[in-house]
Design a protein around this ligand. Sequence first.
Ligand SMILES: [Zn+2]
Length: 335
Amino acid sequence: MHEDNDNLDFEDLSKFNKKKDKFFFPFTGIVGQQAMKKGLILVSANPRISSIAIIGENGTGKVTASMGLQALLPDLEISTHCSSNCDHSNKLFLCDICKEIETKEDDIVQIPTSFMILPVGTSKERIFGTFEKDGTFVPGLISIANRGYILMERANLQDEDLIKTLLDIRSTGLYTCKKGEMSFTHPAQFTLIATMNLSEGEMDEDIIRQFQLVVHTRSIKDIEERIEIVRRVESFKEDPDEFLEKNKRELDGLKIVIDNSRKLLERADIPSKSMDAIINILKDNDIDIPKMRDAMVEATKANTVINDSTWASIEDVAEIVDMVLGHHIEKGQSK
Ligand SMILES: [Zn+2]
């Protein structure tokens, strides 16, 4: 029995999910991996957190958990004439079409939040967009993923320049696709989720440190937990509907938390005591990078609103330090 468990390849679970795209293993069905789950909940609660790297061995649920987010995300309101999911309440980040055409109330529809998978080897045109002969913009993945999520599996095997480019585009929040005389500008405020197993291929530490959150998954050694994983995977395979039904209450609860968090986010405040804590942690570790200060602020806010509060406490800061600065602090210590 124990032998069998040790030989199980849990990665099969995500392959299984991909085949039956209607049924994703529910986020709440994943055993353990608290740091990863917390990180993913934070990026769902606060879309201003632009990126998360999930590092760990195969079979630790990195992709399964990421895909499971889809079921938790609130719908977006977009205009029917827009292919970039523009947020019409934010006039600074509109695509060239939305800037030209006046959007009326009747044009607004609700759609599920985009969740795009970016496989290794995807062409640049598919990622960044292109143009028809008549000049019509053909949206790329980063246009469709605006206000949504891009999942980059095995990011350590992808082109490093592509990752850097995506992170750069996300930090400006706008992208201009150009080809000859043609150009089209659109918002690109996606959240990049990159999974990687570093034993399959290294990843430049400088790139890892550009992610706003970095979480690690660990192989589960506890035999009880391993048996529970097998039990859940088997019952999901046997009857996905029933398995989802059993998880419904917990999933609905988490969905409400994320929905509520997004509503609270605008009012979330970091009082001076907590802001001082953030500044001191950065100072104590010699981190003078504005982007990391922003990451600390946004992750703290996310951690505050998921607890149904708008007033960030010192604990809210303390709980996210590892995720945001873990890789920077390790570097500092190794100097
Ligand atoms: Zn638009």
